[in-house]
Design a protein around this ligand. Structure first.
Ligand SMILES: [Zn+2]
Length: 242
């Protein structure tokens, strides 16, 4: 693995599995950030996903194989994607964001992974949206007079959603797909966090398989086997499995 050693990534993968789903991808970025898991959970979603795309490139290379299913005819599509092409230009995000619209002033921040944990338990999409806005809007006023979030007009909230999306474009990665069997076209969301978690899970299973084989053959400890270079580990595996 390019950025950290195998033992550290195995620990990271193991620790991430005890977290709520929405926080698991943050655990993959945590070892790379000075302030660890807390900083990763606080990243705006697009910045988090940009980091995960770069991490995929560093660990497994920029290309990835994904699948999608046609909603019209059920055909399975095999997709070859490139992390560099999915990557949006880096967004410059100010610490404090403001929106002035129709006499209203909002101070807000962009949604992060902790927001997503709470949203996952909301009973409806409307409740989830209200909850998200309440968490992200720090201050609201009209002509200098403070307002509660629930008193803001719908059109302003819609404008805020558009403004948030434009400020953090990497937060949503949509693929334009066309079915080769029935020619249907649609937009499909791609979630690099879920994809990378699954890929790292397969990698971890392979590591553990190899540790199992070499430990049985040579009596080495897990730490000793993981510390071998990939090339040397492959040589011993070839000898055991020959
Ligand atoms: Zn189709």
């Amino acid at each position: 693995m390019a950025t950290l050693d195998a033992a550290t990534w195995l620990d990271t993968w193991e620790n991430s599995r005890g977290l709520p789903l929405a926080l698991q991808p943050c655990a993959l970025l945590a070892p790379l950030l000075a302030q660890g898991q807390m900083a990763a959970e606080r990243l705006p979603l697009g910045q988090r996903d940009a980091g995960l795309l770069d991490l995929h490139s560093a660990l497994f290379g920029p290309q990835l194989q994904a699948t999608a299913r046609c909603q019209c005819c059920g055909e399975q599509l095999e997709l070859t994607l490139d992390c560099r092409e999915l990557r949006q230009p880096p967004a410059q995000i100010a610490a404090e964001l403001r929106l002035d619209w129709g006499g209203y002033q909002l101070c807000y921040r962009l949604p992060d992974s902790r927001d997503m944990v709470l949203l996952a338990s909301a009973e409806s999409e409307a409740l989830a949206r209200d909850l998200l806005l309440q968490r992200c809007i720090a201050q609201a006023s009209r002509n200098g007079e403070a307002l509660a979030v629930q008193d803001l007009p719908q059109a302003l909230l819609e404008q805020l959603a558009v403004t948030m999306a434009a400020a953090d474009p990497q937060a949503v990665t949509e693929l334009a797909l066309r079915c080769p069997a029935c020619d249907a076209q649609w937009q499909e969301l791609f979630d690099i966090g879920a994809f990378l978690m699954e890929r790292l899970g397969h990698w971890a299973e392979r590591q553990l398989d190899q540790v199992h084989v070499l430990a049985q053959a040579y009596g080495w400890s897990e730490a000793q086997i993981l510390a071998l270079s990939p090339a040397r580990r492959a040589c011993y595996l070839n000898r055991v499995l020959a």
